[in-house]
Write a protein that binds this ligand. Structure first.
Ligand code: PMP
Length: 362
């Protein structure tokens, strides 16, 4: 068996000890006589897994008691429609700060259900930065303000939590959840597809202030109301049990092996610096997409002098065991997704490859 260094944007690399444990437990979980994926979601084994996933995630991230932790299905995209359906009454505005592809998607998903306002956008300059807070035009009567904490495709991130007054702040943390410490109390709702930093695809984390979930429209189908999932503890219907089990393992790995989010962010910052330094020291051979002040620690995006050079770089990288580096078609070039599970060793191998590639082919 040979595992490549996997820079996939998602579904993405998972910590090897987690995969090994899942492998060991795949035929029999504990003394249950069956795999966790073969057991009732209302049985004692799975109920304990779900409780442990929630308990450990609360401790790791510091999620206050007045927030519910939900494990749902439908991906982050479903949340982008549900937030408008649940929280905006007819004709009420919602403010969007659009900083990349996923901020635009959030806007599109909400469009049929809410009076959309674009409070700020960096589209005009190719989504290379985050518009400064003092340039945002927020509405006093907005149902919520939506931001994308990290833009997976364009590779820009918020460096701090913007102050939006009393209006609830909703944030898409799909590609940066649990990559650094987070003050949950500043947000009304945080959501994240698990498939980058938390586990496999098929399960989505929602952290929502409980009083907001109560505000949701009751005319919606039961499954589409946040209050249902808060009240039923994510067990109204059959939840994505394998995904929740994997989130439990990844959360434990983050706490016990990495040493918590303070340690994780240090490592993530070191990893990102290796690549950004290689870009900055290449004399223009590699050109970073994001402006330096907004560079993502999770998704590093850059171009080479031509598309032919990029194709050759990707082909050589794959041969060298550096996989899934092709940028998204809307930005082009190269994207290295270096989520929590990507080791410093893997990023160093990519950095060395970049330096050597430029030396021999540049
Ligand atoms: N938001 C962000 C920031 C993402 O990176 C992605 C997926 N790459 C999505 C939303 C969409 O997530 P899903 O496929 O889980 O609906």
């Amino acid at each position: 068996m040979s595992r490549a260094y996997n820079f996939s944007a998602g579904p993405a690399a998972l910590p090897e000890p987690v995969l090994e444990q899942a492998q060991r437990e795949m035929l029999e979980f504990g003394g249950a006589g069956a795999s966790i994926v073969e057991l009732s979601h209302r049985g004692p084994e799975f109920m304990e897994v779900a409780a442990a996933a929630e308990r450990d995630l609360r401790a790791l991230v510091g999620i206050p008691d007045d927030y519910a932790v939900l494990f749902t299905s439908g991906g982050a995209t479903t949340q982008q429609a549900l937030m408008a359906l649940n929280f905006a009454s007819a004709g009420q505005p919602a403010d969007y700060v659009v900083t990349g592809h996923w901020g635009s998607t959030a806007l599109g998903q909400a469009a049929p259900y809410v009076d959309l306002r674009i409070a700020a956008s960096s589209e005009g300059e190719g989504f290379r930065s985050i518009p400064p807070r003092d340039a945002w035009r927020l509405s006093d009567d907005a149902a919520y303000v939506h931001i994308t904490a990290n833009e997976t495709i364009h590779g820009v991130e918020f460096r701090d939590t913007p102050d939006v007054g009393d209006v609830p702040l909703f944030a898409d943390f799909s590609s940066s959840i649990a990559s650094e410490p987070l003050d949950v109390s500043r947000y009304g709702m945080i959501y994240a597809g698990a498939q980058k930093n938390l586990g496999p695809s098929g399960v989505t984390l929602v952290v929502i202030r409980k009083d907001l979930a109560e505000r949701a429209a009751e005319s919606l189908p039961t499954m589409l109301q946040y209050r249902t999932h808060v009240k039923e503890n994510s067990l109204y219907n059959t939840p994505p049990t394998f995904g929740i089990y994997m989130i439990m393992l990844v959360t434990r790995w983050l706490e016990e092996t990495v040493g918590g989010l303070d340690k994780m962010v240090e490592l993530n910052a070191r990893k990102a610096k290796l690549l950004y330094d290689a870009i900055d020291q290449s004399g223009g051979f590699y050109r970073g997409h994001a402006q330096p002040a907004y560079r993502s620690k999770m998704n590093v995006t850059w171009r080479l002098p031509s598309e032919e050079a990029e194709a050759a770089f990707l082909s050589e990288a794959t041969k060298a065991g550096l996989a899934s580096l092709k940028g998204h078609r809307s930005v082009g070039g190269i994207r290295a997704s270096i989520y929590n599970a990507m080791s410093e060793e893997g990023v160093t191998a990519l950095r060395d490859f970049m330096v050597e590639y430029q030396r021999t082919k540049g």
